[in-house]
Each structure stands twice: as structure tokens, then as C-alpha cells.
Ligand binder design. Structure first.
Ligand SMILES: [Zn+2]
Length: 143
């Protein structure tokens, strides 16, 4: 077998896709011809690099592991805090913010307001808070 023939069949030889007889002929030539043997070695390296790239790209393990981790995080995050708390926290914050703004406006409206007045307005808010808390329970009992 000539070197040119070996080169043209080399990739098939390395992929072991040649008939047994040709596999033997190419192997025999590589044993005898150092030039082709070197060429074959280089081509083999290139094929291995290509193979390892392919494995990385299509590695189902990596994707599965990342996906599993993401799903695990999604499951863990809501469980760590009760749903009710997550809903009520921003609502409570808004109410406090609005009361703060309301209180600020009220103080602004009466520049002569004394310390006693502001204390009174705070006391007025306490029944409001109690009412806010009691209402859902009363509604629940009535139903
Ligand atoms: Zn050769």
C-alpha cells in the first residue's frame, strides 16, 4: 500500500471503519513507514480532541446536574419563608409607610402642634391597628 492510499484511509482506519483486510494493510504500512506513523499519531490526537469536545458539549451529566441544582434552589427558597409572611411583609411595610406619610402631613398641617398632640395622634392609631387585626377574625367567625 502506498503512502497516499494510507493517508486517504487513515481517518477510517483510526475510526476502525475499514474492512479487516484494509485495517491490516494500513497497520502494516504504519509499522514500516515512520512518516505515515507520525501522521497517523497526529491525526489520532486531533480526533481525540474533537471527541472530548463533543463529549463536553453533549455531556448530559453536566446539564442534568445544573438543572437539578436550579430546581433544588427553586424548591428550597419558598419553603424557607411561609407564604403568608412573604405576602404580608410588603403589605405591612406599605401600611407603615402610608401611616408615616399621613402622620407627617398631619404634623405639617398644624405647625403649632405640641408634643401632647403628637402623642394623642399616636394613641388614636392604636384602635386603628386593633381594628385592622380584629376585622379578619370577626369576618371569619361570622362566616
Ligand atoms: Zn507511508
Amino acid at each position: 500500500m502506498k503512502c497516499k492510499n494510507v493517508h486517504s484511509k487513515l481517518i477510517f482506519f483510526l475510526e476502525k471503519e475499514l474492512p479487516d483486510s484494509e485495517m491490516k494493510q494500513v497497520q502494516q504500512h504504519l509499522d514500516e513507514c515512520s512518516e505515515c506513523a507520525l501522521f497517523a499519531a497526529e491525526m489520532k490526537n486531533t480526533l481525540q480532541i474533537l471527541d472530548s469536545d463533543k463529549v463536553t458539549d453533549e455531556n448530559p451529566f453536566f446539564f442534568t446536574r445544573v438543572k437539578a441544582r436550579l430546581e433544588k434552589q427553586e424548591e428550597e427558597q419558598p419553603v424557607s419563608r411561609p407564604v403568608l409572611v412573604r405576602i404580608l411583609q410588603p403589605v405591612a411595610f406599605s401600611i407603615i409607610l402610608l401611616l408615616g406619610i399621613y402622620g407627617g402631613f398631619k404634623l405639617g398641617e398644624s405647625p403649632d402642634a405640641t408634643v401632647a398632640d403628637s402623642q394623642l395622634s399616636e394613641q388614636e392609631m392604636v384602635p386603628f391597628w386593633n381594628e385592622l387585626e380584629a376585622e379578619p377574625i370577626e369576618t371569619f367567625l361570622m362566616e
